[in-house]
Each structure stands twice: as structure tokens, then as C-alpha cells.
Write a protein that binds this ligand. Structure first.
Ligand code: CMP
Length: 142
């Protein structure tokens, strides 16, 4: 992953996860995130391995798979990598860039600061986890 220069409140506002944030919240988020680019087929999270980063997709899409089976495609405004940071367990799935991507990334310490300092985002992430749990329960088991 290549790091890009900072300075991104305008860009952050266009990411749906952050779109309802106030200017003050956006400034806080901008101070916590790094903007990175991913190359096609880059593995951003690997199932079963420790996870140290949380990602928000700005541009591009990524495929999520478990035990080699594709379970979801994530696009702009969505996030991944929250599970391993929340419970310090291994990555629950593998996430691979579908093509070129631009992402916002937070390490575990900055992720905790985000949850504490911007509760509206913490609620959206909780909601996302609940939705993924429901989808996983609906999915057939082979
Ligand atoms: P984590 O377990 O840290 O790393 C893999 C990520 O894939 C996981 O966090 C979620 O963000 C994401 N993920 C896991 N299961 C699903 C799912 N059913 N739908 C979408 N994303 C998922």
C-alpha cells in the first residue's frame, strides 16, 4: 500500500460513513486517518491472521471471502477490518482489492479514538456489524 499525502476533509465528507458528520467531527477524523492506495488483487485482510487496521473505502471495491468462498463485495462508503480490532481476535475473512482502490486506514489506537470521540460513527459501525451478523446467519452453510 502506498501512503498518500494528508489534507482531506473535503474528500472525507464525500464518504457515506462520514457524510453526516459535523465539521468538527470531520476535522477529528481527518487527524486520525491516513489515505492509502491499494493495487488490484492486493490482500488487505487475511482470514485467520491478526488484524491491526480498520479500513474505509473511498474509491473502488473489494471482495470478502471466507474459506475461499466469496461472501460479499464492499464498495465506496463501506468499511471492513473492524471485527479483529473490536475483539482482538483473528481476521474473520479475507478482503482483496478488486481493482485500484483508495482507502482510509486507522490503526488500532486511532480506531479506538474514533469510536470514543465520534459516537455517531461508533453507532454506524455497530449497525454494520449487526447487519453482517444477520446476513451471515441467512447464508447457507456447506
Ligand atoms: P475482520 O474480521 O477484522 O477482517 C475481515 C473483515 O471482513 C471483517 O473484519 C469484516 O469487516 C469483513 N466481513 C466479515 N464478514 C463479512 C460479511 N458477511 N459481509 C461483509 N463484510 C464482512
Amino acid at each position: 500500500m502506498r501512503r498518500k499525502p494528508k489534507g482531506k476533509m473535503e474528500l472525507l465528507k464525500n464518504v457515506s460513513l462520514f457524510s453526516a458528520c459535523t465539521t468538527k467531527e470531520l476535522a477529528k477524523i481527518a487527524s486520525l486517518v491516513d489515505e492509502v492506495e491499494a493495487t488490484p488483487r492486493e490482500v488487505l485482510a487475511k482470514e485467520g491472521t491478526p488484524g491491526r487496521e480498520f479500513f474505509v473505502i473511498s474509491r473502488g471495491t473489494a471482495k470478502v471471502s471466507i474459506r475461499g468462498k466469496k461472501i460479499a463485495t464492499l464498495g465506496p462508503g463501506t468499511f471492513f477490518g473492524e471485527m479483529a480490532l473490536v475483539d482482538q481476535g483473528p481476521r474473520s475473512a479475507t478482503v482483496v482489492a478488486d481493482g485500484p482502490m483508495v482507502l482510509y486506514v486507522l490503526d488500532s489506537r486511532h480506531f479506538s479514538s474514533l469510536l470514543e470521540q465520534v459516537p455517531a460513527i461508533a453507532r454506524k459501525i455497530l449497525k454494520g456489524i449487526a447487519q453482517r451478523l444477520r446476513e451471515a446467519e441467512k447464508a447457507p452453510t456447506y
